[in-house]
Design a protein around this ligand. Structure first.
Ligand code: SF4
Ligand code: SF4
Length: 333
């Protein structure tokens, strides 16, 4: 399953405009991290390892909106940290909706019931709830018992209130193909979330537990088994078919790190959401001052095991939009 139709049209017309204008590098989606603080301490998370003075800081509404406007991306992912700990996150969402952006708000959902009343359902807004596995596995992943049940209740509450709810699940080397199948079946068929995003865990330099991340071969083996028997088609996955082909090893792509840039309290992160080789003040400065040819598999050892959505989904989407057959496949799958 590709993007929702209204979003495919929005993205398609944006990509066409870039092509007509001859723009070579532009963002498809921007990740905004308006804070690094979080109410959980997940084992694989590098964000909460920031120093205390940075964890206390919050990005202003104006700064978040200005970053989105400057880069021009049609889609925005509000992440963190836990965005619901930002007192004006609802205002940031409102301002971005006024600017016709499509927004996903990434959350561990613990605070969602408390803050739900501040938001209104909108076809351009979706919650993206972090769920890494079924109960024991998810609670282990977030290093706290009871969080899975809290997240499930929050998803039900948000869906009952008319919101679109997506999920984001990150898988590590302790996850068997059956573990992945079980959680995706549960989210798709029982909880009936609108869309599911899946990520092979990336070894952030700041992540405390470096042993559990998947290599490229492991990722391909895992997803080829997970997708066996046509399961891929029945799940409402929030990815282009070509990115899913890439995950299971049917295609290979170059990374396109400027396609999903990341802007945080520290600036525009170089070269991507996963690595921090410095920061630029503007998206244009990020484009102009990053040596893009230095990154990707075989060029930088830190990229060798990366198959992350933020680097490879843009490549897959650009390949989809450049091919009529793939575009039809994305719309029909
Ligand atoms: S919920 Fe997200 S931001 Fe918070 S600790 Fe876990 S992975 Fe990090
Ligand atoms: S391969 Fe991964 S880590 Fe390397 S630049 Fe691309 S997205 Fe970033």
């Amino acid at each position: 399953m590709g993007l929702p139709v209204h979003l495919s049209v929005k993205l398609g017309s944006y990509l066409l405009k870039q092509k007509i204008r001859g723009v070579k590098k532009f963002p498809m989606l921007v990740e905004i991290e308006p804070l690094f603080a979080c109410n959980l301490e997940c084992a694989g998370c590098g964000k909460i390892q920031q120093p205390h003075d940075i964890l206390k800081k919050r990005m202003s509404v104006e700064q978040a909106v200005a970053a989105v406007e400057e880069c021009g991306a049609p889609m925005v992912s509000l992440a963190g940290g836990e965005p619901l700990m930002h007192k004006q996150i609802d205002v940031i969402v409102e301002e971005l909706l006024k600017r016709k952006k499509f927004i996903v708000l990434c959350t561990n959902a613990v605070l969602l019931p408390k803050h739900l009343h501040k938001f209104k359902p909108n076809k351009n807004f979706a919650w993206m709830v972090h769920i890494d596995g079924l109960e024991a596995r998810h609670d282990e992943s977030v290093s706290k018992e009871g969080v899975f049940q809290q997240a499930i209740e929050a998803v039900r509450l948000a869906k009952a209130a008319g919101f679109q709810v997506y999920t984001n699940s990150t898988f590590f080397d302790l996850d068997s193909p059956q573990d992945v199948i079980d959680v995706l079946d549960y989210l798709n068929d029982d909880l009936k979330v609108d869309r599911m995003q899946i990520s092979p865990g990336y070894a952030y330099e700041k992540a405390p537990d470096q042993d559990r991340f998947l290599g490229v071969t492991q990722t391909r083996e895992l997803f080829s088994k997970v997708f066996e028997g046509g399961r891929r088609k029945k799940w409402r996955l929030n990815h282009s078919p070509l990115y899913l082909d890439f995950l299971e090893g049917k295609r290979d792509f170059e990374c396109t790190p400027w396609g999903i840039p990341s802007y945080s309290l520290l600036g525009w992160q170089k070269p991507c959401y996963l690595m921090a080789d410095g920061y630029a003040q503007t998206y244009q400065e990020l484009l102009d001052t990053t040596d893009w040819d230095a990154f990707g598999r075989g060029k930088d050892p830190r990229c060798d095991n990366c198959m992350a959505h933020c680097g490879y989904e843009p490549t897959a989407v650009f390949a989809t939009m450049g091919s009529l057959t793939q575009s039809l496949r994305a719309l029909g799958s």
